[in-house]
Each structure stands twice: as structure tokens, then as C-alpha cells.
Design a binder for this molecule. Structure first.
Ligand code: ATP
Ligand code: MG
Length: 273
């Protein structure tokens, strides 16, 4: 069954702008008449509700634990995007791992959307890898700083070990200039190709833009500002490219690869059909 196009926004290093990019890409896609589900997968450290000035009553953790139906947890965000929020504290009963039973509600709910964007946590923890590796495509985010680039490479290496054919695009955030971003893109793609045998798509850059921070302080997406700041124009272009461009792989929806992994490893839990 063809599902929505699912896209994980992820990074090795924290604080490179994943949550801001995920939210504002969701808003930009909605402005292209796309129905978007935004999943805050930063379990226990959810930021999406805060960035959108929303007060969730239930969270993804409760959905994954079977404690609450997904319909009770989702909220309507700006431009009609639908947010599945994460908790902003980790409780003892929160799920330690993703299971077929936990994921089943997401699998059936996502069918009504054109795009599912997943805002992951940073780093190499299993929950980050599970979410990042569970989508059709990965948007790997880095800034031009050497530490962020090194951590993006480390994450890519592990993601590819788990899923060699993973479709990945690199997006440079907080770039000082187009030239800086282009040089980084070229170098990263060459390294990934030479040492990991991977083809990394160039998804462009978002400029360093002080308005992004202002909007985050005011808890509104920067893409709603008029006139649009430079970062908003960059995300509008990326959204248009995503909508117009052919997906690198046939959309299968969220967690399809993880699902196959569960099935092939003979998970005792029953996967839904
Ligand atoms: N293009 C940009 N220009 C200027 N500031 C930016 C830009 N993108 C993000 N920021 C700022 O960077 C900070 C981190 O952003 P954000 O919380 O989205 O990062 P993150 O990768 O989700 O962090 P975490 O790893 O903790 O989840 C915020 O203060 C945000 O306003
Ligand atoms: Mg974040």
C-alpha cells in the first residue's frame, strides 16, 4: 500500500536546528497544499509544542505505550499541520524501544497525509536511529562547524550500516554564504561516496538568520513572517522541490523499513496487516 512520503529530520550533533527546520518545513509544505503530519520523536525532550505555543494533553510516548489513542494526542498547528507531540520529561513507564504493537496506531493514522515529518533527537541512541531509519528519506542536518559535520558523518555511517540503501539528503543550516554551503556539500558528498559508498543528495542550505531565533522566542514559526525572512525563503524553495521532485524511493510511509526489520527478525509481536 502506498503511504505518505515520510522524512526524518535528524543530526548527530544537538542544537543544529532540527526542530526549527522540521516545523517550518511542515508549514512550507502545508502552504503547497500538502497535508502534513509532524511527529515530535524527541522522546522526553519534545520541543514542537513549545515552538508552536500549544499545550498537549497527551503525547507520542502515551500512544507508543498503548495508553492513549493517537486521535486524542494530536493537535492542530499553524497552516493546518497536525502535530503529534512528544513529552517534555521522561517518565519511568515511557517505552524503551519501538515495537510493532506500539507503532501500529501511527501506521494506520498516517495514511490520510501527504507528508509525515519526523523531528528526531540528536546523537546515536537507539531511539534516534530507529526513528531516523524508519522513514522513506533522511534529511541530515548540519551546520558549517567541524564538530557538527563530524557528528553528521558518524550518524550517517551507523544509519547506512543499518540500512545500506537509505535515501539521504544533506541540508546545511546556519550557513554564512551560499559558497560556504556549496563547499561543505561537495566535500561531504565526496567523503560519503569514497568511504561509505553512499550517494548523498544536496538539499541546499538555510542561511544564518537572526529572525529564526526571534521567532523561536515568540513561539511562532518564522515562515509565517511577512515579509518572509531569508531562512523562510530557503524553506519555501525546499518544500517546492520536495513536492515537485520525484521521491528518490517509492513512498511507503513511516516505519515501513522498521516493520520489515521486525518481521525478518521474527518479532514475537504481531504486526498489523
Ligand atoms: N538558520 C538559523 N539561523 C539562526 N538561528 C537558527 C537557525 N536555525 C536554528 N537556529 C537556532 O538554533 C537553536 C537550536 O535550534 P533547534 O532547537 O531547532 O535545534 P535542534 O537541532 O532541534 O536541537 P536539539 O538537538 O536539542 O533537539 C535555536 O535557538 C534556533 O532558534
Ligand atoms: Mg530539537
Amino acid at each position: 500500500m502506498a503511504g505518505p512520503r515520510s522524512l526524518a529530520i535528524t543530526s548527530g550533533k544537538g542544537g543544529v536546528g532540527k526542530s526549527c527546520v522540521a516545523l517550518n518545513l511542515a508549514v512550507s509544505l502545508a502552504r503547497c497544499q500538502q497535508h502534513v503530519l509532524l511527529v515530535d520523536a524527541d522522546l522526553g525532550l519534545g520541543n514542537q509544542a513549545i515552538l508552536q505555543s500549544l499545550s498537549p494533553e497527551h503525547t507520542l510516548e502515551e500512544v507508543l505505550s498503548g495508553l492513549c489513542p493517537i486521535e486524542a494526542a494530536v493537535l492542530e498547528g499553524p497552516e493546518g499541520i497536525v502535530l503529534l507531540p512528544a513529552a517534555s520529561q521522561l517518565l519511568p513507564w515511557h517505552p524503551a524501544a519501538l515495537t510493532p504493537a506500539g507503532l501500529a496506531p501511527l501506521r494506520s493514522f498516517e495514511a490520510q497525509f501527504d507528508f509525515v515529518l519526523v523531528d528526531t533527537g540528536a546523537g546515536l541512541a537507539p531511539k534516534v536511529l530507529d526513528f531516523a531509519g524508519a522513514t522513506d528519506q533522511v534529511l541530515l542536518l548540519t551546520t558549517p562547524e567541524a564538530t557538527a559535520i563530524a557528528d553528521a558523518y558518524a550518524l550517517l555511517k551507523i544509519l547506512l550500516q543499518r540500512r545500506p540503501a537509505l535515501a539521504t539528503g544533506l541540508l546545511v543550516n546556519m550557513a554564512e554564504s551560499a559558497k560556504e554551503a556549496a563547499e561543505l556539500q561537495e566535500k561531504f558528498a565526496e567523503l560519503a561516496n569514497r568511504f561509505l559508498g553512499a550517494q548523498i543528495d544536496n538539499w541546499g542550505y538555510i542561511p544564518l538568520d537572526r529572525y529564526v531565533r526571534e521567532a523561536a522566542k515568540r513561539q511562532i514559526p518564522f515562515t509565517l513572517a511577512t515579509p518572509p525572512p531569508p531562512a523562510a525563503r530557503a524553506l519555501a524553495r525546499l518544500a517546492e522541490n520536495l513536492v515537485e521532485g520525484q521521491p528518490t524511493t517509492a513512498p511507503q510511509g513511516l516505519f515501513a523499513p522498521l516493520w520489515r526489520q521486525f518481521l525478518s527478525s521474527g518479532s514475537p509481536e504481531q504486526a498489523p496487516t
